[in-house]
Design a protein around this ligand. Structure first.
Ligand code: EPU
Length: 437
């Protein structure tokens, strides 16, 4: 099992390019099941999760060719509609095959995703949405068994996807994808507004779908008879971008970040501005793509003094839960008391005791954590528990005095492509070691 060994205290300097979005990629890959023509995705990050999704699609009759960031997917066999527990348990996003399989093949048997380190993650809204489109869904031996009655097509309907913690990103992706091939019009109310949903809708529309309103709480899908192939460049990963911005900030560094989806980071940049972190677009930079606010080059700089702030995670366009652990690491070094409240996954705090081992001062009360800034963090052996918690520990390690060893970085490898290489290029003293020997 790999670990990272970080000698903290180096100011990061230089340039880093943000990869294509992991979460966007996972949903977009499943859209290949909606057509027999090839789908080509560009800027695909080479991650455990994207490789897992490729394996899953392979078991569902999809040929996958991957070559340095370009992935082509083409269905050649539609006889299998089983998403096996062995794959689903490694990656919850596997549940995104449910909608496309139902819409195109009329049936699906998908393992029910199990427990997760970041808290309860039910799929009731996915199932409610697909049932509204006419699917018959039962649970059998831990599997979601779904079918369209009489081998027909799903039927457009009004679908409400609001839940206790807001809408659902992958649930919206599932229902929107399924509705593209339904008979009639589907109106999704309380749809997730995340940019990854917009990215998916753009690709589906390029395949021939008729989707309006993606990125707003009401998405309207007029069903079509069939979809074709397309080529699509993934949106940049807003969470990776936010992580590198905070890595620069926590080391008081100065970093240029290319392919930064600034437009998708408004709430993050708002909080960071109050902390004292400056993130400025660089006009006319070579890495800047025609002034596209989703693909900018930005310069990150920070004041030596970090101010405390309140952060509340919320559905987009609010502050993303996937950057909560990272901003917590940063606020551990702020000059005063910050409060972080988690409104998406109220138990997503496994990084709190690990940061405390590094000298952070925190008190958790329910879904909020009071972070009292300390003058310095102190390196320690710590345990990564999930993807974003690991990223928070890496940031803490970059700023800490002495050596931090982060065990179980396989969690991190699910969502960041060779993070240690990117950080080392920026001047961090970070090394991947095999900790199993
Ligand atoms: N929820 C329900 N019922 C459902 C679905 C969700 O109650 O049927 C609840 C969840 O328990 C949670 C809230 O609704 O409280 C939002 O969950 P959502 O369904 O939006 O999460 P997701 O679609 O399963 C995606 C990302 C997560 C990210 C969340 C929230 C992917 C592959 N995953 O998950 O990313 O945290 O949206 O933004 O897109 C990560 O990348 O580290 C990660 C966990």
């Amino acid at each position: 099992m790999d670990a990272f060994v970080i000698k903290g205290g180096k100011r990061l300097r230089g340039r880093v390019r943000v990869n294509g979005s992991k979460n966007s990629c996972l949903a977009l890959m499943t859209a290949a099941l909606l057509t027999d023509e090839p789908i080509v995705l560009l800027d695909v990050p080479n991650l455990r999760d994207t490789r897992n999704m490729a394996n899953l699609l392979g078991t569902l009759g999809c040929e996958v060719e991957a070559d340095s960031g370009r992935v082509q997917l083409k269905v050649t066999d539609r006889s299998q509609s089983l998403a096996h527990y062995d794959i689903v348990r490694t990656m919850r996003a596997s549940v995104s095959v449910l909608g496309p399989l139902l819409a195109k093949r009329g049936a699906a048997r998908v393992s029910m995703p199990g427990g997760c380190n970041i808290g309860d993650r039910p799929v009731d809204l996915h199932l409610r949405g697909l049932r509204s489109l006419g699917a018959k869904i039962n649970l059998d031996q831990g599997y979601i068994v779904a079918e369209v009655p009489d081998g027909g097509r799903l039927l457009g309907a009004r679908v409400f996807l609001g839940g206790a913690y807001g809408s659902t990103v992958l649930g919206t992706a599932n229902v929107m994808s399924a509705a593209t091939l339904a008979r009639g019009t589907t109106v999704i109310e309380a749809a997730a507004c995340e940019p990854e949903v917009v990215d998916l809708a753009q690709m589906l529309n390029a395949m021939g779908a008729r989707i309006n309103g993606a990125g707003t709480p009401r998405v309207v899908v007029e069903g079509v008879d069939e979809l074709g192939g397309t080529q699509h460049r993934l949106m940049p990963d807003r969470i990776e971008a936010g992580t590198y911005i905070m890595a620069a900030a926590i080391t008081n560094g100065e970093v240029m970040i290319e392919n930064c989806p600034t437009d998708a980071l408004t709430a993050v940049l708002d909080r960071l501005a109050d902390v004292g972190v400056e993130v400025d677009p660089v006009d006319g930079d070579a890495g800047d793509q025609n002034g596209d606010p989703m693909r900018q080059t930005v310069r990150v700089g920070s004041h030596r003094r970090l101010d405390p702030v309140q952060v509340v995670t919320q559905p987009h366009p609010g502050f993303p839960t996937d950057l909560q652990a990272q901003i917590m690491a940063l606020l551990c070094l702020a000059d005063g008391n910050s409060i972080i409240t988690e409104k998406i996954f109220p138990d997503r705090f496994l990084h709190v005791p690990e940061l405390s081992r590094m000298g952070a001062s925190m008190v958790r009360n329910g879904s909020s954590v009071l972070v009292s800034g300390v003058r310095k963090l102190i390196g320690a052996p710590v345990m990564a528990s999930d993807l974003r918690a690991s990223a928070g520990l890496v940031l803490a390690g970059l700023a800490a005095d002495g050596v931090t060893t982060i065990n179980r970085v396989y969690h991190l490898d699910r969502g960041y492509e060779r993070m240690e290489v990117a950080l080392a290029q920026l001047g961090a003293d970070i090394e991947r070691v095999d900790a199993s020997v």
